[in-house]
Design a protein around this ligand. Structure first.
Ligand code: PLP
Length: 384
């Protein structure tokens, strides 16, 4: 038995109720999904604008694959960089008001490559404790010294920055925290970066397409522009497709092209995805009703759940976590909703801190008011 130890570890995980399962979807992502043969009303995707199954994106993917085929066949630096990739990079840079942008295959890879290319031994990273796992992994891979500050604690960040640090300084934060839905105080953080001459990497995976005028994201939401900011966002959430991009000063982007290993040593994503993303960018930036409807449903949900024993965490974004506490209670509540045909995931440690297991409710512009009413009603029925 060469893997006996692994088996024991898995058993232990199961006993603690921490085993993770994958559920099989048989339908497109959306409000009404079919999962393992059963229909559900879903509140668990990051498809915030309801674009993942949009006919115009499907058509763009089809015509993109007619034009370019399916596989890219090589990495970007060999022969896998297609016209659709280049056009999309130009459009994304313009959209977020940065001089240049670079596409990555996923957000995870974008974070790994960006941090590793920008800092290394002898440099220091300052990071929010609730940053996304990909940023945490990126920090370790970079070999820079790591200083973590308490969630959104600008005073502690300042203390850390004020200590003497040789080398480069890079502050890293999620713009919208993925399991909490709250925003980082970006204006204050940027002001500190200016004062202490640090660079600022912002991960806007959950803000891009959702926040700011035309969905330009968290920088637009706060009205911030600064060459010091390295802006990263993903394209598999609100944008409804897949991938990610980093937008920054030309010299930063060129540095990534030359030395981001997760950019260089991987096959370029299929160019047809870039075609679909061009269609997505058009819809995302012009259809303001999607963001207006989201904002309306967020207030509807918050009002509707105000009387429950479980409390919604403070959030103005489509991520509306309902704090439950223990792992068992969170799982039981998710199961009870599931029995009523409603799918909301329970999120447990280590994804979130101990004792803060929660239901991560996410809203999409594709939800209707009636869908939200149904969720509110079901949760009220489950109070005991
Ligand atoms: C989802 C997410 C990522 C990873 O992006 P993928 O494209 O899914 O790999 C990175 N950062 C944050 C904050 C995320 O929520």
């Amino acid at each position: 038995m060469p893997f006996q130890k692994l088996k024991l570890e898995l058993d232990e995980r199961a006993v603690k109720g921490l085993q993770r399962y994958r559920r099989v979807l048989e339908s497109p992502q959306g409000v009404h999904i079919t999962m393992e043969g059963k229909p559900y009303l879903s509140f668990c995707s990051n498809d915030y604008l309801g674009l993942a199954n949009h006919p115009q994106l499907i058509a763009a993917l089809q015509s993109g694959s007619q034009q370019y085929g399916v596989g890219s066949g090589a990495s970007h630096l060999v022969s896998g960089h297609f016209a659709a990739h280049q056009q999309l990079e130009n459009q994304l840079a313009e959209f977020v008001h940065k001089p240049a942008a670079l596409l990555f295959s996923t957000g995870y890879l974008a974070n790994l490559g960006t941090v590793q290319a920008l800092v290394g031994r002898g440099d220091t990273i300052f990071a929010d404790k609730l940053n996304h796992a990909s940023l945490n992994d990126a920090m370790l891979l970079s070999r820079a010294e790591i200083k973590r500050y308490r969630h959104n604690d600008v005073a502690q960040l300042e203390q850390l920055l004020a200590e003497n640090h040789a080398g480069r300084k890079l502050v890293i934060t999620d713009a919208v925290f993925s399991m909490d839905g709250d925003l980082a105080p970006l204006p204050e953080i940027l002001a500190l970066c200016e004062r202490y001459e640090a660079w600022l990497l912002i991960d806007d995976a959950h803000g891009f397409g959702v926040l700011g005028r035309s969905g330009q994201g968290s920088l637009a939401h706060f009205n911030l522009t600064s060459p010091r900011v390295i802006y990263m966002a993903t394209l598999g959430k609100a944008a409804g497709v897949a991938g990610a991009f980093v937008a920054a000063e030309q010299v930063v982007i060129e540095t990534l092209v030359q030395s981001a290993r997760s950019y260089i040593y991987t096959t370029a994503s299929p160019p047809a995805l870039a075609s679909a993303l061009q269609a997505s960018l058009t819809l995302l930036s012009t259809e303001e009703w999607r963001r207006e409807h989201l904002r309306y449903m967020i207030s509807q949900l918050r009002e509707g759940l105000a009387g429950l024993p479980w409390k919604l965490m403070l959030s103005d974004t489509p991520i509306q976590p309902l704090l439950v506490g223990s792992n068992e209670d969170a799982v039981a509540l998710a199961e009870a909703l599931r029995a009523r045909g409603i799918w909301v995931p329970a999120i447990r440690p280590p994804t979130v801190p101990q004792g803060t297991a929660r239901l991560r409710i996410t809203l999409s512009a594709a939800h209707s008011e009636e869908n939200v009413v149904q969720l509110i009603g079901a949760l009220h029925e489950l109070v005991y």
